[in-house]
Design a protein around this ligand. Structure first.
Ligand code: APR
Length: 309
């Protein structure tokens, strides 16, 4: 049986665990420094097995020995946002957590594909990349899929159509500078721009860019269902080698004219990690926005470099 380990059994980690356990495609290990949380949530998820039904074996632990030979490791350990906070304000505190987690991933799961969820996303993926020293095809961040799903959900809401029929693509960094690309939205292949005015689309884009903050404002902490499910889907793509096409934060070396930065672009995801980075033609305006995202991440990566010494 393949193995997916999830570090951080908080809100996002446990939803990713629930998604994967219910799919029945891999053994799941849920690890947290607070052992009771990891053990309790793993048991709770296992208890739903007969109802779903699902045969997945799921362990809760604080012991890194259990993540040995993982095919995928999802990192969600770290602080979430509080109301009024930007993701970037979490950099220092979450750097300490993600770097110590990454040391353990390197030691106990040296062949794993790593999917980082902790914020500020692109800077934390860079941290995991530097600390593990894993090849770039095995280290990525989950954000583009979540942002795209949020964009698609808002379009579905606007048109009163099934969310399952809406496709959308959000590039760039996971923050206010993200780049939802209007041209790449469709209702089952029909361009969404045929049904939504440009003005209204711009409002939907603004809401997408602030969607995480909207939820933090409503509940006092950050979202977990869609983020956890998105991380779960990415792990599933690797385990089942599905070659899903989705945006993820990956290390660019020249693609889109960007160098040495983690930023969200479309990839083909399957066994072994990133199989291909898809370089699609962008308008000058879209490319400019993507590069602005990359400039922003570059500054955060410099902060990470300074913290690493
Ligand atoms: N090792 C393992 N687990 C840790 C560590 C560590 N060094 N430090 C913290 N944790 C655990 C906490 O004990 C907690 O259970 O990480 C978990 C985080 O869970 P929540 O506080 O519920 O946060 P969550 O909403 O899951 O968000 C986690 O993902 O989306 C991002 O912005 C979000 O950075 C945040 C992260």
């Amino acid at each position: 049986m393949r193995k997916v380990s999830i570090i951080g059994a908080g809100n996002v980690g446990s939803e990713a665990a629930r998604y994967l356990a219910h799919k029945g495609i891999a053994e799941v290990v849920l690890l947290d420094i607070v052992e009771g949380i990891a053990k309790g949530k793993a048991l709770d998820i296992w208890h739903s097995g007969p109802i779903i039904p699902s045969t997945t074996v799921i362990h809760g632990t604080k012991d890194y020995e259990l993540i040995k030979d993982s095919d995928v490791v999802i990192i969600t350990a770290g602080r979430p946002r509080k109301p009024g906070m930007s993701r970037e304000e979490l950099l220092k505190v979450n750097f300490d957590i993600v770097s110590s987690v990454s040391e353990n991933v390197k030691k106990y799961a040296p062949n794993a594909v790593v999917i980082v969820v902790t914020n500020p996303l692109d800077a934390m993926v860079y941290t995991a990349y530097r600390v593990t020293g894993f090849p770039k095809k095995r280290v990525m961040g989950m954000a583009g899929l979540l942002d795209s799903s949020r964009f698609a959900a808002f379009i579905a809401m606007e048109l009163g159509v099934s969310a399952a029929d809406v496709r959308a693509m959000v590039l760039g960094t996971h923050g206010d500078l993200m780049v939802p690309v209007m041209r790449f939205t469709s209702i089952n292949g029909l361009p969404a721009t045929m049904f939504i005015s440009e003005e209204r689309m711009k409002e939907i884009i603004k809401r997408t860019q602030k969607a995480g903050g909207e939820i933090v404002g409503l509940m006092g902490t950050s979202a977990w269902f869609a983020p956890g499910d998105a991380a779960g889907l990415m792990a599933e793509a690797v385990i089942l080698d599905t070659n899903r096409v989705l945006p993820a934060s990956v290390y660019l070396e020249g693609e889109y004219g960007i160098n040495g930065v983690f930023v969200g672009v479309p990839i083909v995801l399957g066994e072994g990690g990133i199989k291909r980075i898809l370089e699609v033609e962008l308008t000058d305006e879209e490319l400019e926005a993507l590069r602005r995202s990359a400039e922003h991440v570059k500054k955060l990566q410099e902060q990470v470099d300074a913290l690493m010494g």
